[in-house]
Design a protein. Structure first.
Length: 113
């Protein structure tokens, strides 16, 4: 992986479907408990979901309310906010060649509460 990766901040609505699917693999139990706080260039405080890829460190802007709503409205998650097993398996197959995802799946520490 690249040592000094660019930090890219994107709104959830502006990231690709592929990144959204990969986020679900990294955070299969929902997003809100993984949000971090950061300051924008103008000093404004935001919250976002971190995602480190092979090329960059992404921060996907979302509030706690957004994080909960995204999971609740997404049919890939069950009623408890957990990524459905069949969806998880499909995404794992689809992205099996994405190196940073295999590292997350091996550690699976993001799967804890």
């Amino acid at each position: 992986m690249i040592m000094n990766k660019p930090r890219i901040i994107r709104d959830y609505t502006k990231v690709s479907e592929e990144i959204k699917e990969q986020i679900k693999l990294v955070y299969p139990r929902g997003f809100k408990q993984h949000l971090i706080s950061f300051s924008g260039q103008n000093g404004t405080k935001y919250t976002g979901l971190p995602l480190e890829t092979e090329e960059s460190f992404l921060i996907i802007k979302m509030s706690k309310v957004d994080a909960i709503a995204i999971v609740q409205k997404d049919d890939d998650f069950d009623d408890d906010g957990i990524l459905k097993e069949e969806i998880k398996s499909d995404y794992e197959d689809k992205y099996e060649d994405v190196e940073y995802l295999s590292e997350h799946n091996e550690n699976d520490d993001n799967d804890l509460g």
